[in-house]
Design a protein around this ligand. Sequence first.
Ligand code: SAH
Length: 228
Amino acid sequence: MRIDIISAVPELLESPFRHSILKRAKERGLLEVYVHNLREYGLGKHKQIDDYQFGGGAGMVMMPEPLANAIEALTVQRRYDEIIYMTPDGTTLRQSLANRLSLMQNLLIIAGHYKGIDERIREEFVTLEISIGDYVLSGGELPAAVLVDAIGRLLPGVLNDETSALLDSFQDNLLAPPVYTRPAEFRGRKVPEVLLSGNFKAIDEWRLEQSLERTRTRRPDLFRRFEE
Ligand code: SAH
């Protein structure tokens, strides 16, 4: 999979993909991430990318021309399955959406800043708008990194244990069960007996019970969906 990101602050995206699982995804040739500096498409001597908003009011808006030029410089080279704008008023990112996007070949992600991007760019180019939650961040870079991480770890061959992503929270609308490692007793707290039993059927049953109980008490909204 190839992911291109258009950003006014590409430095913010230098580190997230250089470590751990996403690094492995890149090393194995399963994921390529390219960050493009919007400034390079800025207008005039000062490479301007933002301007005051029509109608007045505080906060700058990202101008349409630099964004259109950046997007078109990429879309002439390849077809994108989705052109995604990270925005608080988009569809909330859920595991099901990450699963769906992990099956695609080419994604283009636009990170906004200030008050956001000129509405006409959204109308003209954007095919999918995604929010990472009901709070406002100062830029779309961290949301873009969240999205790339959620997608990247799902690519076949990225996680060493192929089944591991399937057992995470939200697959099946259930939260994951608690996990333990050595030592078997830590400050007087013992690991649940069943996990040490070697009885895999009993372990599976215990994990499912724990998942159900956690989901029921912590996320009744998810639990209702699971029951449907
Ligand atoms: N005025 C906008 C917020 C702009 S925040 C509004 O009220 O909806 C500046 C940029 O940060 C946005 O363009 C977007 O790219 C990014 N951003 C902020 N919060 C986000 C969130 N919850 N999900 C995705 N992107 C977000």
